[in-house]
Design a protein around this ligand. Structure first.
Ligand code: CP3
Length: 354
């Protein structure tokens, strides 16, 4: 099998014959083989074992037929290295044992030491890059999203503590953004040095902010992160998370190649808000997988038809897959996106006389 680089081509807004597909949280609980591994090991224990973490990363590539692998890890993994104790608790998510409350807590955070603390992640990347016939995406959590866990201590709906710190102690907030920004830059550079073919910054919860607050409190750090990575040829993806439609017009200065969209804004509308520099990724509602295949395909068609209007589109969900998702439907959806987009792209080339 030859190397499949349609994902990289789409990130760079080059023409493709078939749309690339991958799914957020594609290595996960919807897969019985993953659940079996999870009977024995926790997420963090899997990450500590590079061979096993690589095996888990490969599961959806083999079973679902996606065009990119995403490293099996979690956005919380690097924060242990800066001095945060956490667990990933079943059906809850990250829980922090020493949440950030004060300026002193932020001062105490250390610089990340990838070689000392995260060599298992680097090893997993190296194993995968040697084995894969599709690009490996690695990732980090963005400063706001990580900060929301560090401050709240657990997943939150309101982000009340996070906003309280942000509004009341801006100097502490910006110090925290700086430190988390440094962490992300060092971590993602190490991934790329180890062979990652693309990197994604997950800012899953930043849509909780108004556009104005996003611009003031968060955007400078996002801009700095991508400016630091700009000279690297590997594509960079920024995912501003759920409910981020109103933030899209404000991303102009971010030197990412691709922006991930959630399902509340169509691909066409998202492109309009972003301007023509970015490729886009997304944006099906993952819970569409509860529908019959005919409904899933009808919705996929609408997204694909908009996506192929310009080069630079990657099929994905607008957020992560859920544990009850059907692996058979996911496989069928992948095949459908491939076959339908191949025919539609060929027809549009013919129509335009190319
Ligand atoms: O996408 C992939 O297949 C790669 C693996 C991956 C995981 N987490 C593994 C994981 C990725 C890309 C992440 C990123 C991540 N982690 C994000 C950003 C993406 C998003 O969903 O918005 C966030 C916010 C987290 C924090 C986190 N970790 C949450 C909210 C949860 C879910 C808690 C739950 O039980 O539902 C986790 C745990 C987690 N990370 C799981 C997986 C497969 C599920 C629990 C498990 O299998 O142990």
């Amino acid at each position: 099998m030859s190397y499949n680089d349609t994902f990289i081509k789409a990130c760079k807004k080059q023409e493709v014959d078939t749309l690339p597909v991958w799914y957020m949280r594609q290595a996960g609980r919807y897969d019985p083989a993953y659940r079996k591994i999870k009977e024995k090991y926790s997420l963090l224990e899997i990450c500590q074992q590079p061979e096993l973490a690589a095996e888990v990363t490969l599961l959806p590539v083999h079973k679902v037929g996606v065009d990119a692998a995403i490293l099996y890890s979690d956005i919380m993994n690097p924060v242990a290295s800066i001095g945060i104790d956490f667990d990933i608790v079943k059906n809850i998510g990250p829980v922090i044992h020493n949440p950030i409350k004060s300026s002193a807590d932020v001062e105490r955070l250390r610089p990340i030491q990838v070689e000392k603390d995260l060599s298992h992640i680097i090893k997993t990347i190296e194993i995968l890059v040697g084995e894969l016939q599709v690009p490996l995406i690695t990732f980090a959590g963005a400063p706001f999203t990580i900060a929301s866990y560090l401050i709240e201590g657990k997943p939150s709906k309101s982000y009340i503590r996070t906003k309280e710190l942000m509004y009341n102690e801006p100097a502490v907030w910006f110090k925290l953004m700086d430190k988390l920004g440094d962490m992300v830059i060092t971590y993602l550079k190490a991934h790329i040095a180890a062979g990652a073919k693309a990197v994604q910054l997950f800012d899953s919860w930043v849509g909780a902010l108004s556009p104005k607050d996003f611009q003031y409190y968060v955007l400078p750090t996002i801009t700095r992160i991508f400016a630091e990575l700009k000279h690297l040829e590997q594509p960079k993806v920024y995912f501003p998370g759920v409910s981020s439609g109103e933030l899209l017009p404000h991303l102009q200065q971010v030197a990412a190649d691709v922006i991930g969209l959630d399902w509340r804004v169509s691909i066409a509308e998202g492109r309009q808000r972003l301007g023509s520099r970015f490729a886009v990724q997304g944006n099906m509602d993952p819970y569409i997988l509860t529908a019959p295949m005919s409904v899933i395909k009808e919705q996929a068609k609408v997204i694909i038809d908009q996506g192929i209007k310009e080069p630079g589109y990657i099929f994905n969900f607008g957020h992560g897959l859920f544990p009850e998702a059907s692996i058979d439907k996911l496989h069928e959806l992948t095949e459908f996106v491939h076959s339908y987009s191949t025919a539609a792209i060929a027809a549009s080339k013919q129509g335009s006389g190319v």
